[in-house]
Ligand binder design. Structure first.
Ligand SMILES: [Zn+2]
Ligand SMILES: [Zn+2]
Length: 368
């Protein structure tokens, strides 16, 4: 194993990315080192670059990744007791050190709000080691939950869904879709696309994808959308169409995955009385929007929920679901560009400018 690993470092907001050699960590018992196959560029990485999240710069970005176990510190097992060995292809829950010892972990039972949690690619400085995915190697600290990629699941399919896959699964759980219910998904980025796929797998009836550009809406049809609405159509006309498709009532469920503040108000106009709305598109402060509490919330008897982060169970089931349904839902085709480490700035720009639906980083191109 080399003594250092090349990694992309984001020195600070709007500063050019650079490649540093990061010292290889000592593997204590329970730790491992992954040789990275794929990491992804997520909208959060763009927010980091824009300085919208407070993190310990310089950082190595990349929170959802797939790699091959290169070395371990002693014997490792997954949650079912199966050994994790050198040569296994794994992904891992990027969130860890959730403390199980605070109000949010123990009383509220909302571990995604635990103040002690650490996140690969976000809350570690590059001075602490290779703890982000845009790196030749990733250090699995003891306690990080790794999940083997089963042989029927191509790693590209899982990383094609990536971070948005797990966020979408959490949102769909919260939406509690019943067979035949109608769903509107606002936003046709990676989160919205996986919301469409999971709504379809949940047995939803009408699934209306709303977003832009047209190529993303065409893709949403492949994921299971039954109807699409382009943002070229004025907002009032979009709402009228949603109502026309649902007996004049509005959809049973709205999922807001676009990140546009006005979409929250528009979604409340699209949901039926007594329906549900889940918001998972606002991982950064994109501004405020006016809501009319009487007409849009109280009188409508709407169940409005915010969805933040993902737990181990979402990752575990996301791997199982992509393995089982990857041939039906084309997550793999969401990857619109592969970038080696020295092209990471291009990848980030492609996601920022929305020319790429999903850009992935291949730090060891000879392995993929
Ligand atoms: Zn906690
Ligand atoms: Zn992400």
């Amino acid at each position: 194993m080399p003594n250092t690993h090349a990694a992309v470092v984001m020195p600070g907001p709007s500063q050019p990315l650079r490649i540093d050699e990061i010292p290889s960590p000592k593997l204590e018992p329970g730790a491992a080192l992954l040789r990275t196959l794929y990491s992804e560029v997520c909208g959060t990485d763009v927010h980091l670059f824009h300085g919208k999240l407070s993190v310990p710069f310089p950082i190595i970005p990349g929170h959802v990744s797939v790699g091959v176990v290169e070395a371990t510190g002693g014997n490792l097992k997954d949650i079912e007791g199966a050994p994790i060995k050198e040569g296994d292809t794994v992904t891992f829950l990027d969130v860890h050190e959730t403390c199980n010892n605070c109000y949010y972990c123990l009383v509220a039972r909302q571990p995604t709000k635990c103040p002690k949690r650490k996140v690969y690619g976000i809350s570690y400085s590059s001075t602490e080691g290779p703890l982000g995915g845009w790196s030749e190697a990733i250090w699995m600290k003891p306690g990080v939950k790794m999940i083997k990629i089963p042989k029927e699941l191509t790693p590209e399919t899982f990383i094609g869904g990536g971070c948005g896959l797990v966020t979408a699964l959490h949102s769909i759980d919260m939406a509690d879709i019943k067979l035949g219910e109608s769903v509107a998904v606002l936003g046709a980025g990676p989160v919205g696309q996986s919301c469409v796929a999971f709504a379809s797998l949940s047995g939803a009836g009408e699934i209306i994808a709303i977003g832009a550009p047209q190529s993303r809406l065409d893709y949403a049809k492949k994921m299971g959308a039954t109807y699409t609405l382009n943002l070229d159509v004025p907002a009032v006309a979009r709402t009228e169409t949603v109502r026309r498709l649902t007996g004049g009532r509005g959809v049973d469920v709205v999922i807001e995955a676009s990140g546009a503040p006005e979409a929250v108000s528009q979604g409340l106009d699209m949901v039926r009385d007594g329906g549900r709305m889940v918001i998972c598109g606002h991982y950064t402060d994109n501004g405020a929007v006016e809501i009319h509490p009487h007409w849009q919330l109280n009188r409508k008897h709407v169940d409005l929920k915010g969805c933040w982060g993902s737990r181990y169970d979402h990752f575990h089931r996301a791997v199982a679901l992509t393995a089982r349904y990857g041939h039906l839902k084309p997550w793999r085709d969401m990857v619109s560009g592969r970038y080696e480490l020295d092209k990471a700035a291009d990848a980030l720009r492609a996601v920022e400018e929305r020319t790429a639906l999903k850009a992935i980083i291949t730090p060891n191109p000879k392995l993929v």
